[in-house]
Design a binder for this molecule. Structure first.
Ligand SMILES: Nc1ncnc2c1ncn2[C@@H]1O[C@H](COP(=O)(O)OP(=O)(O)O)[C@@H](O)[C@H]1O
Ligand SMILES: [Mg+2]
Length: 239
């Protein structure tokens, strides 16, 4: 059977309708699905399905850096096209609205309490990370537990490629990619064992914490400690 290309293309929303929708949401101060430091994520639905639209923040920063970040993320989604475990991307509309399939899953943050280290989820996640690297992409932000979704059947899905690194020609790019790849492997261990304690010898040989990770971990711990001390101090001041 000879199928016309249009019948092979996945269903996708009308770009004009998407633009109108986002602008109406922004204008009316509609509640986004998520509001990050650099972006807003809106849920969008039409007869072809459910989608999310990731947009840069408004203002000057959003107009410049935000748009550049969306473009970067779109290029990464193009490189990952067809990879199971990554949402399908339907393009970058108007140079700023990144349109993705909506993934009906729970964030790892909310699912983590029932996922023990022996859950098959982690083997699947490990294979997904390896497949990602084979496409020349390192995610680099997997320790953030909202960037990983857990589907109802227990499979993982990776989102938010805003900080991802693509492998390109040249020694600098290659070095950055290798560092990013190691970040992802370390993140996998940290998520699986809820830290770096009790790691099995089999997994231990994947772990190589880079100095930059150790320093940032140390800073975060100090900040947490200071915050707690400040709260305690404030509490003891109250009558
Ligand atoms: N394709 C998607 N399907 C379902 N939820 C999503 C999708 N993309 C993003 N989200 C939701 O929006 C949140 C923020 O998206 P993300 O891409 O991580 O933006 P940010 O760069 O602001 O962190 C995610 O943690 C998730 O809850
Ligand atoms: Mg995120």
């Amino acid at each position: 059977m000879n199928l016309a290309p249009s019948s092979l293309a996945p269903p996708a929303p009308d770009p004009l309708a998407v633009t109108r929708f986002v602008q109406a949401q922004m204008g009316a101060g509609g509640a986004p699905l998520s509001r990050g430091t650099q972006s807003r994520v809106y849920l969008y639905q039409d007869q072809s399905g459910r989608y999310v639209i990731k947009t840069p923040r408004d203002g000057l920063v959003g107009a410049c850096i935000g748009r550049w970040m969306m473009l970067r993320e779109w290029h990464i989604y193009q490189r990952l096209e067809g990879l199971a475990g990554v949402p399908r991307c339907h393009g970058l509309i108007d140079g700023r609205y990144l349109l993705l399939d909506f993934v009906d899953g729970e964030t790892f943050r909310s699912a983590q309490h029932r996922l023990t280290a022996d859950d098959p989820f982690f083997d699947r996640l490990g294979r997904l990370i390896t497949a990602l690297h084979a496409r020349g992409v390192a995610h680099t932000d997997l320790k953030r537990k909202d960037n990983l979704l857990v589907l109802a059947d227990g499979t993982p899905c990776l989102i938010d490629f805003g900080a991802a690194i693509q492998r390109r020609q040249g020694p600098l790019s290659r070095t950055l990619f290798l560092m990013g790849r190691q970040f992802d492997r370390n993140a996998w261990i940290k998520l699986k064992y809820k830290g770096y304690r009790g790691v099995s010898p089999d997994d231990l040989h994947h772990l190589r914490r880079l100095p930059i990770e150790r320093v940032s971990h140390w800073i975060k711990r100090r900040l947490r400690h200071l915050r707690r001390a400040a709260m305690k101090h404030r509490g003891s001041d109250q009558p």
